[in-house]
Write a protein that binds this ligand. Structure first.
Ligand SMILES: Nc1ncnc2c1ncn2[C@@H]1O[C@H](COP(=O)(O)OP(=O)(O)OP(=O)(O)O)[C@@H](O)[C@H]1O
Length: 326
């Protein structure tokens, strides 16, 4: 549904994105995750046909975004970072106005507007002036204007920025409810947003895609990300020396300042080598050394670990990333 190939954009002499390539299948929600300034908005604006690329191509439902920008606008709904709302219009009046701009025939506008209002749970606000709405409701109006012409693809740029926690949950649920037959790209710099909403995530850093995969696979592929935590009483330094000798153990740390830990106990964090499970040996060595083992649990890499690993890595030091590039 969305095919992006070798897309680059250079502003004056500053490259904003470089050689960005990815596909989004019909019905998928792709999270476009990256720190501030990574190039998310630039990519979204090119896809929506609002900004020309310096090189490369992007197609939506088979149409080139540059060569067929009018056809593309009919296939795509776009919510920019700051939604283009008219505060002095009512919700319903504004959506009628947008439906007209988007070329919906006059006879179809009522049903399209009503359907967008229903999908975005705006029934009770339809006659209210937009300036009187809370930010959460305004964001829903922004999403309603993006979907009023019932496009098969939707691009949402940072849709939950500035919302309170309740509004964030509402907007995320709304986004999930729009999926199904529609293809959605959701740009965000908020990690939980992608794990809660998206089936796949592309991580962009300094203008380049560094990984693209399901959140689960990204976490599973992070080398050495898994490990164990032990709560012990006994000599932690002695145990650390013994555990460091075990095959499959790459790092043993004694944790500082752990809240809620009784004064005679220590927390040991162990990072294991990818694909190895030294848990049995760890338990046996600990008990064999006469150390009290109060608790032992597995720890797994989180999406946050993956994100930090990929976005804090220095340029030019094995930049390939953990996901499969498309
Ligand atoms: N109009 C412009 N002129 C010059 N440089 C720009 C322009 N727009 C963006 N940039 C630069 O391009 C890079 C990518 O910006 P972009 O807004 O796409 O990032 P982003 O990931 O959306 O960031 P944020 O989350 O902060 O919005 C940044 O270095 C930014 O400073």
């Amino acid at each position: 549904m969305i095919e992006v190939e070798h897309l680059s954009k250079i502003y004056a002499s500053t490259p904003a994105i470089q050689d960005v390539t990815f596909n989004v299948e019909a019905g998928e929600i792709l999270g476009f995750l990256g720190p501030n300034g990574a190039g998310k908005t630039t990519t979204m604006r090119i896809l929506a046909g609002y900004l020309p690329a310096s090189s490369g191509t992007a197609r939506i439902a088979g149409y080139d975004v540059h060569e067929n920008s009018m056809a593309v606008r009919g296939k795509i709904g776009y919510l920019p970072e700051t939604p283009p709302l008219y505060p002095e219009m009512t919700v319903e009046g504004f959506l009628h106005f947008v439906a007209g701009i988007k070329g919906i025939a006059a006879g179809d506008r009522n049903s399209k507007v009503n359907s967008a209002i229903a999908r975005c749970n705006l029934e009770e606000k339809r006659k209210i002036l937009i300036r009187k709405l809370s930010k959460g409701f305004r964001q829903r109006v922004g999403i309603a204007q993006a979907i009023v012409h019932d496009p098969p693809a939707i691009i949402l740029d940072e849709p939950t920025v500035g919302l309170d926690p309740r509004q964030i949950i509402d907007v995320r649920n709304l986004i999930k409810s729009l999926a199904g037959d529609r293809t959605i790209i959701l740009s965000t710099h908020i990690l939980p947003e992608v794990s809660m909403t998206c089936s796949r995530v592309a991580i962009i850093n300094r203008g380049s895609i560094v990984a693209i995969n399901t959140p689960e696979n990204l976490m599973a592929q992070l080398a050495g990300g898994g490990g164990y935590e032990l709560e012990i009483n006994g000599n932690p330094i002695e145990l650390q020396k013994l555990l460091q000798l075990l095959p499959g153990v790459s790092l043993v740390e004694i944790a500082d300042n752990v809240e809620g830990l009784p004064p005679d106990r220590f927390l040991i964090r162990i990072v294991s080598e990818a694909g190895l499970e030294p848990g049995r040996d760890i338990a046996a060595v600990t008990v064999g050394a006469g150390i009290g083992l109060h608790e032992m649990r597995r720890t797994r890499a989180t999406l946050e670990d993956v994100f930090l690993e990929l976005t804090t890595r220095e340029m030019g030091s094995g930049e390939e990333g953990v996901g499969s590039r498309e």
